[in-house]
Design a protein around this ligand. Structure first.
Ligand code: G1P
Length: 289
């Protein structure tokens, strides 16, 4: 079955980036010249998904305006003859179909996915966490879709992390089946390094079957009062198999300050229009040391 829809949970408070996120959602912070969320939306488009469901909290307007047509801005750019910029902003509003739904309280990732239930309907769908920016030859979501086609079940992106980092991720227990794919046996949300069943961490890309909704509805809240997607998946695993895919590509975590800085630098070095001058600048910094 084709994957037609992707859910973007975007209702977090963005506390790590305060005060920048006081009046705008963290998904709208720029990485060079594009808001974080646009990288994810472009990955979805390149993976053949045009229907975007954004689960918002505060600051919904900024995200909505961003993916909407801006007549004033388009007219201004046209009058000034700035055709490249015009094309750039048209591309994004032309290509996507965006629906918004509000998560009234920030009650965890599982809850955000559950909020999208009626918009998704009874079909397999994707979830993309915009904080994880992935550069790869084949878009990461597309790699997951191909794996979903092969196995016909839910597929989760995973990446090896240092053991001391397991507390930041959902971690899987699994057996290898080949081609970067693993059969998941269990999943644990943010275990301590000594309790982690492996060092394969869940990264923000999922293809889920609609059975996840019923399982999320029957999953208890965790100690912090949040509904964890990982715990919903753990229930789903009792009914259906779930495959993990060690994707090919480079991931940047735009969700914390240091990684966000690294992402900015590395993405800039990958940009034809900036790389040369930026390299020169970075080298000059190294000389000054
Ligand atoms: C969420 C998930 C976690 C996953 C991570 C990937 O955690 O709960 O399982 O490993 O995303 O980015 P968060 O980063 O929202 O705390």
């Amino acid at each position: 079955m084709r994957i037609e829809k992707v859910v973007f949970p975007a209702a977090g408070m963005g506390t790590r980036f305060l005060p920048a996120t006081k009046a705008q959602p963290k998904e709208m912070l720029p990485l060079i010249d594009k808001p974080i969320i646009q990288y994810g939306v472009e990955e979805a488009l390149k993976s053949g998904i045009e229907n975007i469901i954004i689960v918002t909290g505060r600051g919904k307007n900024a995200i909505e305006d961003h993916f909407d047509v801006s007549f004033e801005l388009e007219r201004f750019l046209e009058e000034k003859g700035k055709m490249r910029e015009l094309q750039e902003i048209r591309n994004i509003s032309d290509l996507v179909n965006v629906a918004y739904i509000r998560q009234k309280e920030p009650m965890g990732l599982g809850h955000a996915v559950l909020v999208a239930k009626n918009l998704v309907g009874d079909e397999p769908f994707a979830v993309l966490l915009a904080d994880d920016i992935i550069e790869s030859k084949v878009p990461c979501l597309k790699q997951l879709i191909l794996t979903h086609r092969k196995y016909g079940c839910s597929v989760i992106a995973v990446e090896r992390v240092e053991r001391k980092r397991t507390r930041d991720y959902g971690i899987i227990d699994c057996g290898k089946i080949g081609d970067g794919a693993y059969e998941i046996k269990d999943l644990v949300e943010k275990p301590s390094p000594s309790e982690a069943p492996s060092t394969l961490a869940i990264i923000g890309r999922y293809i889920l079957t609609p059975a996840i909704f019923r399982n999320l509805e029957n999953t208890a809240l965790d100690k912090r009062g949040e509904l964890q997607l990982t715990n919903g998946l753990r229930r789903l695993l009792k009914e259906e198999r779930i495959i993990a895919l060690e994707f090919e590509g480079r991931r940047y975590d735009a969700g914390n300050k240091l990684e966000y800085l690294k992402a900015t630098v590395e993405l800039a070095l990958n940009r034809k229009d900036l790389a040369k001058d930026f390299w020169r600048y970075l080298r000059s910094l190294a000389l000054r040391k």
